[in-house]
Design a protein around this ligand. Structure first.
Ligand code: CP
Ligand code: NVA
Length: 305
């Protein structure tokens, strides 16, 4: 039996594979919803241990457009919520479905699922990374700005799971990435070291205006991710650390007229981004959200191809 083609993280796949996945996604985008049904007879399980709007709907609609079907499981309404192991869940689901998407907390759970599943596993976000979002983000960048290779992207805010996936993307897609974050919320040093060792141009700073200067794209994310302490004291602490990192018109002006603004969503206007930026002419966030479906069509076709 050949090993399943898991889509776990961008650093685990090579550039040619990632480019091939994007091309598959762009082809289905061009064809539209009435194209061929290459995934007819295939079923995808969507397993959620955290909330979702985009990931759930884009996978469900995307899979159905390709002729396949989905089954959605939430942690609290499945035996996972009552202590059944991830390994046993992987073994059982592999007997019913053709691929499993998991959104979970610790990366170890994703890796455990992948090591016991006999069907492809797709990472739909962990505390550490969000690779499906990055595939959509690269697709969106290139639709608006041309090839991302050689471009400059500025990440402003929390050095969270999205920041780590942006670092992976900078290595695989060969662009300069500047990350501005308060020291305590800087992206994981081991990931930065890995990327620099791979020859990528990754700059980490606590100066947001310096980071966005002349960038082709400014990107941010929520100040409190799912799984970060959501009690009043920790939220207020994070806000105090991050308030200087709000993306506003001054920051977009420093980037320049041609710069685009990206955000994986959900967004909090007045926190990580002002309403005039996210709802303004430089924002491409709705294209970015749509492209989740197209990029993931590429992922599904590659995994199940
Ligand atoms: N961007 C993203 O993954 O959105 P959801 O949390 O709504 O799935
Ligand atoms: N960093 C955010 C991304 C949401 C899509 C979180 O993990 O909650």
């Amino acid at each position: 039996m050949t090993a399943p083609k898991h889509f776990l993280d961008l650093d685990r796949l090579d550039t040619a594979t990632l480019r091939h996945i994007l091309d598959l996604g762009l082809d289905t985008k061009k064809t539209g919803p009435n194209g061929e049904k290459p995934l007819a007879g295939k079923t995808l399980a969507l397993l959620f241990e955290k909330p979702s709007t985009r990931t759930r709907v884009s996978f469900e609609v995307g899979m159905k457009r390709l002729g396949g079907d989905v089954v959605v499981l939430e942690r609290d309404s499945s035996q996972l919520g009552r202590g059944e192991t991830v390994a046993d869940t992987a073994r059982v689901l592999s007997r019913y479905v053709d691929a499993i998407m998991l959104r979970t907390t610790r990366e170890e759970k994703m890796l455990e699922l992948a090591s016991h599943a006999t069907v492809p596993v797709i990472n739909g976000l962990t505390d550490r990374t969000h690779p499906c979002q990055l595939m959509a983000d690269v697709m969106t960048f290139e639709e608006h700005k041309g090839p991302i290779a050689g471009s400059t992207v500025a990440w402003v805010g929390d050095g969270n799971n999205m920041a780590t996936s942006w670092i992976h993307a900078a290595v695989r897609f060969d662009f300069e990435l500047r990350l501005a974050a308060p020291a305590e919320l800087a992206p994981p040093p081991d990931v930065v070291r890995w990327a620099q060792g791979e020859g990528a141009t990754i700059k980490v700073t606590d100066d947001p205006l310096g980071a966005v200067d002349g960038a082709d794209c400014v990107v941010t994310d929520v100040w409190t991710s799912m799984g970060d302490g959501e009690d009043e004291a920790s939220v207020s602490r994070r806000h105090n650390m991050l308030h200087a990192y709000q993306v506003d018109t001054r920051m977009m002006d420093a980037a320049g007229d041609g710069a685009i603004f990206m955000h994986c969503l959900p967004a909090h206007r007045g926190e990580e981004v002002t309403a005039d930026v996210i709802d303004g002419p430089q924002s491409v966030v709705w294209d970015e959200a749509e492209n989740r479906m197209h990029a993931q069509a590429g992922v599904l076709l590659w995994c199940l191809g």
